[in-house]
Design a protein around this ligand. Structure first.
Ligand SMILES: *Cc1c(COP(=O)(O)O)cnc(C)c1O
Length: 388
């Protein structure tokens, strides 16, 4: 009997080591890791620069408390502010927490402005924002809320990509429109630039805050630091997590000054959020991601990779229906059994992960090498050509 709770469908592989884009299993097999702990290991496994940052900080100080100044956090916030729309940053520990904080901030913003009833949050139906109570009801997914009532109120839903459906659901009570710039878990669904621009216009007209959940698509994964940058719009609040710690649990809420002013001392907090150890690692990750040409290189190489995947798709139209995504946030929507396809890739030493709509997610580390992309292409081709 396993002492762990049974809330995951785990694949029967364990790993003992990782190096760059590769993982070594406990039985000594070497796998190309193209799921990166679900968009987390931004800079690959056992990155020397991150190892050094973690080790150095671990010898000095791990944790104090947010009742003191934390210079490492101020430094990381400054880096994020310098490179994004944001004026202020709040650190937490996970994506779900970052989203919860974002929801609180949006409500509090209108409360402080004297509109306490402007508190509803408009989300995309069947999206994903994490597993806390508020977030499962924000997702509008029947499966995620089953058995977890009573309902957490205050969320409305519109259909993905459908501006009419969004307009229909807006009321005077709508405080924020809140969705993933690119939907991850639901199947790598990219909101079009046109749609993002339209939403921003509506938000301006109707005095609604725009919260873009970039927990999965943010921090360079799309080829821009934030995926919404392709649309040249400016959100009000952006929760991030997964990629920012390169494997160390960090979440953050980025926001404009206008918004952050509503959150005075005592309105929100976290015991662990932004502790010195986490911040040291976050700073090291950002040093790499904000290096000149790092993002440009993702754009260039991922274009090549996606082009090649489309060639495979065209050669195996009975297996692959569509190649989705942007940057290194890629989905193969397949026409065959998802679990079996992923298992065959795994047998050939390529690790990927499922998403909704029968999509196989491919999330390489952001510093993946071209030869590694080519190796993955070779394996995908082989699995397609031998598929029975
Ligand atoms: C993973 C994810 C979350 C939840 O993050 P956790 O760290 O698991 O709480 C929220 N939003 C999106 C878009 C995600 O992909």
């Amino acid at each position: 009997m396993n002492a762990l709770a049974n809330n995951y469908n785990r694949r029967k592989i364990a790993f003992k080591r990782g190096k760059g884009s590769f993982l070594i299993s406990t039985d000594g097999k070497k796998y190309l890791d193209f799921l990166s702990g679900i968009a987390v290991n931004t800079l690959g496994h056992s990155n020397p620069y991150l190892n050094k940052a973690l080790l150095n900080q671990s010898k000095k100080l791990w944790h104090v408390s947010n009742s003191f100044l934390i210079p490492e956090g101020e430094k990381l916030a400054k880096k994020l502010v310098k490179n994004t729309f944001a004026d202020n940053v709040m650190f937490v520990n996970s994506g779900a927490e970052a989203n919860e904080a974002a929801i609180k901030i949006a409500r509090r913003f209108y409360f402080k402005k004297g509109f306490p009833n402007k508190n509803r949050i408009l989300c995309i139906k069947n999206s994903f924002h994490g597993r806390t109570l508020a977030n499962i009801f924000a997702s509008g997914s029947k499966k995620m809320i089953e058995g977890f009532g009573p309902k957490v109120n205050g969320f409305d839903h519109f259909e993905f990509g459908n501006i009419k459906s969004l307009k229909n659901k807006i009321s005077k009570k709508t405080a924020a429109i809140f969705f993933e710039t690119v939907l991850g878990e639901s199947g790598i669904k990219v909101n079009s630039i046109k749609f993002l621009k339209e939403v921003k216009t509506i938000c301006k007209q109707k005095n609604i805050l725009l919260i873009l959940d970039e927990v999965q698509c943010g921090v360079g994964r799309s080829g821009k630091f934030f995926a919404y940058e392709y649309a040249k719009i400016k959100p009000d609040i952006v929760p991030i997590a997964k990629g920012i710690g390169g494997g160390f649990p960090i979440g953050a809420v980025l926001m404009t000054k206008k918004v952050s002013e509503c959150m005075g001392p005592g309105t929100h907090g976290s015991t662990f959020g932004g502790n010195p150890l986490a911040m040291a690692v976050g700073n090291a990750v950002m040093d790499q991601i904000f290096k000149k040409n790092f993002l440009k290189n993702i754009q260039k190489l991922s274009k090549y990779f996606i082009k090649e995947l489309n060639i495979i798709k065209n050669n195996y139209p009975n297996i692959i229906n569509e190649v989705r995504g942007v940057g290194y946030l890629i989905g193969l929507q397949i026409k065959v059994n998802q679990a079996k396809f992923i298992e065959l890739l795994t047998k050939n030493k390529l690790l990927t992960i499922r998403a909704g709509e029968n999509v196989v997610r491919i999330l390489p580390p952001l510093n993946v090498k071209k030869v590694e992309l080519d190796l993955a292409l070779k394996i995908i081709k082989k699995v397609c050509s031998n598929y029975k």
